[in-house]
Design a protein around this ligand. Structure first.
Ligand SMILES: Cc1cc2nc3c(=O)[nH]c(=O)nc-3n(C[C@H](O)[C@H](O)[C@H](O)COP(=O)(O)OP(=O)(O)OC[C@H]3O[C@@H](n4cnc5c(N)ncnc54)[C@H](O)[C@@H]3O)c2cc1C
Length: 451
């Protein structure tokens, strides 16, 4: 028997991805009076930014900026958020884009769950905590992270022991083991793709030996180690919990390399590595910190000054290409660097006890398989119109943030505002009211979402 597809009705805009780009775009469109649906595949909105420690160049706390946006979206009268939901297809049309989604079972009734976490505390099944980059453990049933939105438990069926402990612990009878995936269909006036990025594998370059050494880590792992509410509350190296006293950053460890299919620059790695080095210098004042780089791309407002400040703080910048990382005694690492500014064939070897690889940024989602949206040679959403950098090849479908290519937060937020403006203009044009203020046009075409 074919699964029934539930018609959810009409939304003025559907935003795919609840990271900072999706949240900003959704808020900007909703503030104009339009109805917006955010579709997020994870259990919480917030994207990558909610897991960062601080942000360059201001060193503001990342979650202090992200959490209010998450909360504003969750409480906005014009925004509906669908978490734990995957996009199945987008059929574009002049009368609206038909978006089919699958709502994955959480095995918890979201209406009844009060986020008390008693199920999580009762659960006996342990698994690596994805939010903490595997450094801590979580339970088969849990709220995604402390400031997750929504604050609802999700049960991961693959890890469930079917012991019934959560069922007995839940004070509101919210556990529903019989939930099944639900397919729903939404017709959206416009769509914004804000599906962001992921990092390529830590092992994409075997010469950096990340598969063999727990102390060769991802910058996202270091973000969690540096976060005040991170897994250990301080920086300890993963293999043995030692406080590191010599840390190396290897830039371009997964970008600007034809051989691994990432010929482009990932743009933000120079700056976030400098940021992380400065934060490390603050929390480990005695540590020796070295950044191995090919060239430093400090492209944004205040970024050059930020770089100069890092140098003044005593962070070593060594121009050279890291050729190899080898294991050394006591879980340490030997970094081999081809010194590009010294005589030919000069290779320097330096021992460190923690190595951070700047992995390349690659797209998180490929819309081309399920929609008419084109992707570029780099795999990110193509933006064919230089004058409208948020427009895709499909009228009414726009792109925001890192879904279109590697971007920092400042550019992502500016991009999201531009995409929201284009979506608003598109909706107003469709309503034949391009000369009326967008909010008025929005109100006139707004239709209530079917519940
Ligand atoms: C280690 C590190 C440190 C950084 N530090 C800084 C910094 O200090 N300052 C700075 O300016 N920038 C920093 N950045 C860059 C910053 O993370 C990005 O600019 C920002 O996260 C981009 O936001 P986004 O919303 O476009 O993408 P994301 O944060 O990737 O969000 C995308 C969202 O879309 C969801 N999604 C993906 N596919 C689908 C789908 N098919 N269906 C539904 N949902 C989907 C994802 O789950 C996610 O929630 C850093 C990056 C890294 C890797």
């Amino acid at each position: 028997m074919q699964a029934q597809i539930m018609e959810k009705g009409y939304a003025d805009a559907l935003v795919i991805g609840g990271g900072i780009a999706g949240l900003q775009a959704a808020l900007d469109i909703a503030d104009q009076g339009y109805k917006v649906v955010i579709v997020e595949r994870e259990a919480s909105i917030g994207g990558r930014m909610i897991s960062l420690s601080k942000v360059f160049p201001t060193m503001d706390c990342a979650s202090c900026i992200t959490t209010p946006k998450m909360s504003a979206a969750a409480h906005h009268e014009n925004i509906e958020i669908m978490t734990f939901t995957e996009i199945d297809s987008i059929v574009a049309g002049a009368d609206g884009h038909v978006v089919s989604v699958t709502r994955k079972p959480t095995y918890v009734n979201a209406e009844k769950c009060i986020g008390c976490r008693l199920c999580e505390y009762a659960c006996d099944s342990e698994l690596p905590d994805v939010f903490e980059q595997g450094l801590g453990a979580t339970r088969a049933i849990s709220v995604a992270f402390t400031n997750a939105i929504p604050q609802k438990a999700v049960l991961l069926a693959d890890y469930c022991l079917s012991c019934g402990l959560c069922l007995r612990a839940c004070p509101t009878d919210a556990i529903e083991f019989d939930q099944r995936p639900r397919q729903e269909r939404i017709t959206a006036g416009s769509v914004i793709v804000a599906t962001g990025f992921q990092l390529n594998s830590l092992t994409v370059k075997p010469q950096y030996a990340a598969a063999q050494n727990a102390n060769v880590i991802s910058p996202l792992t270091l973000e969690r180690l540096l976060a005040p509410h991170g897994p250990y509350g301080r920086v300890l190296r993963p293999s043995d919990g030692k406080i590191p006293d010599s840390v190396a950053f290897v830039l371009c460890a997964g970008s600007r390399d034809q051989t691994i299919g990432v010929p482009y620059c990932s743009r933000v790695c120079c700056m976030y590595s400098i940021k992380q080095a400065m934060l490390l210098a603050g929390s480990l004042p005695m540590a020796d910190i070295t950044i191995y780089y090919m060239d430093i791309r400090a492209f944004g407002k205040g970024y050059e000054q930020f770089y100069q400040m890092a140098k003044a703080m005593g962070i070593h910048f060594v121009r050279g290409k890291v050729a190899r990382v080898d294991a050394a005694p006591h879980d340490d690492l030997l970094v081999h660097v081809e010194m590009t500014e010294e005589p030919v064939d000069c290779v320097r070897r330096q021992k460190h006890d923690l190595v951070v690889l700047s992995q390349g940024m690659i797209p998180q989602w490929n819309p081309a398989g399920v929609s008419p949206v084109h992707i570029g040679e780099d795999g990110f959403v193509a933006t064919p119109d230089t004058a409208d950098p948020c427009a895709t090849n499909v009228p009414g479908i726009f792109v925001a943030g890192a879904a279109a290519g590697p971007k920092d937060i400042v550019d992502t937020i500016a991009d999201a505002g531009a995409a929201a403006m284009l979506a608003g203009r598109y909706l107003a044009d469709r309503a034949g009211k391009s000369r009326t203020p967008p909010s008025a046009a929005g109100r006139s075409i707004r239709l209530e979402m079917a519940v």
